[in-house]
Design a protein around this ligand. Structure first.
Ligand code: G3P
Length: 217
């Protein structure tokens, strides 16, 4: 499973990248706002750091304008993935931009039917939002599972990029289902390492080692 980092925070991306944990990056208008950076400048910086796909989202709502924005974003670097919303205009933009050989991430997916439409429009990635479905008392992970089954039934090549990931357990569930990619905030990726028995075990080893009076270096 590939890990994308869901942030426009360059130092946070760099820290995880140094550990080999970053296969790509996803951003959106809310994350650009949070970064306080200029979209073109920060996206260029991220693309220079991470060789994998870097999603940059269009903000127009009409297809022609989305296509124009998508082309401008794609000109930033080879590894830009143009992110478009799951609307008919977004799908039209997806069809045109993917037809030009660009990577397209169709975002704000909340149903299996939407995911089918995105695959047929040539999406490279579909982004189902797990956490936001859980927020309204629905089952985000069931959507990931349904899309996996449907895409496998028909051999769609669109990759499932599980988004709106809020917990480390979401990542485990996505891996078990077979999502191609998860995109998660840096804090959630870091939370994957936590286990109280690891902490407790290490503490005991350190205590016992101190009692030996030995040194390795
Ligand atoms: O990639 C989309 C993601 O950033 C949405 O996450 O937590 O705002 O629902 P969230």
């Amino acid at each position: 499973m590939k890990f994308f980092v869901d942030t426009a925070d360059v130092p946070a991306i760099a820290e995880l990248h140094a550990l080999g944990m970053v296969d790509g990056v996803t951003t959106n208008p809310s994350l650009i706002l949070k970064s306080g950076r200029d979209i073109l400048e920060v996206t260029r910086e991220i693309c220079a750091l991470v060789p994998g796909p870097v999603s940059a989202e269009v903000v127009a709502t009409e297809a022609d304008a989305m296509i124009a924005e998508g082309r401008k974003l794609a000109a930033i670097a080879e590894n830009i993935t143009v992110k478009v919303p799951l609307t008919w205009d977004g799908l039209k933009a997806c069809k045109v931009l993917s037809g030009e050989g660009r990577m397209v991430n169709v975002t704000l997916c909340f149903s299996a039917n939407q995911a089918i439409l995105a695959a047929k429009a040539g999406a490279t990635f579909i982004s189902p939002f797990v956490g936001r479905l859980d927020d309204i008392n629905m089952d985000g992970m069931e959507l990931i599972s349904d899309i996996r089954t449907i895409y496998d039934n028909y051999g769609y090549s669109t990759q499932i990029l599980a988004a709106s990931i809020r917990t480390a357990n979401h990542i485990t569930q996505c891996a078990l289902i077979g999502a191609d990619v998860v995109t998660a905030p840096p804090a959630v990726i870091k939370a994957m390492i936590s286990h109280p028995l690891t902490d407790k075990g290490l503490e005991q080893f350190m205590k016992d080692w101190a009692k030996t009076g030995q040194k390795i270096l």
